[in-house]
Design a protein. Structure first.
Length: 148
């Protein structure tokens, strides 16, 4: 598996509860553009509509050697999941107030995949606490490394 893009902002802004692997339905030259790594997941999210899952605001730049028929870079893309998984995600997003956030895009066996996370939004004080514990761990590692 080769990572094409990761959404670092998602782990900072959300508590990740569960992850799912979904296929990504692409058109024409989008696959070639993905292989070049020209994708941005920063503001993207997923939503369930009519029993299907769609990815919004995922920017895939047009392929450099493509033609005039390149698809829209910010178009809505369908995610491919099993019906049972879609039903489970629908229930959790409706009842518990969770959201669907893409964590990374990668290729697995020639197929484009998205790692989709059920996530709960962090408050500002949660983000501060996470940063504080991270820096404390870093300081401890630094101190133990110096003693060796």
């Amino acid at each position: 598996m080769s990572d094409v893009a990761t959404n670092h902002q998602a782990r900072h802004a959300y508590f990740i509860e569960e992850t799912y692997e979904a296929g990504l339905a692409l058109l024409g030259t989008e696959v070639k553009s993905l292989r070049e790594g020209k994708i941005n997941l920063k503001e993207s999210f997923a939503r369930i509509e009519g029993g299907e899952v769609f990815l919004y605001r995922c920017h895939i730049s047009p392929y450099s050697h493509g033609n005039i028929a390149n698809p829209d870079p910010i178009r809505t893309r369908k995610l491919l999941l099993r019906a049972a998984e879609v039903n489970r995600l629908f229930g959790k997003t409706q009842l518990k107030g969770l959201t669907l956030v893409p964590l990374r895009v990668y290729f697995k066996g020639g197929w484009a995949k998205v790692e989709l996370a059920l996530a709960r939004g962090k408050k500002l004080y949660d983000k501060r606490a996470t940063a504080a514990t991270k820096s404390a761990k870093r300081d401890i590692e630094r101190a133990t490394h110096r003693r060796r």
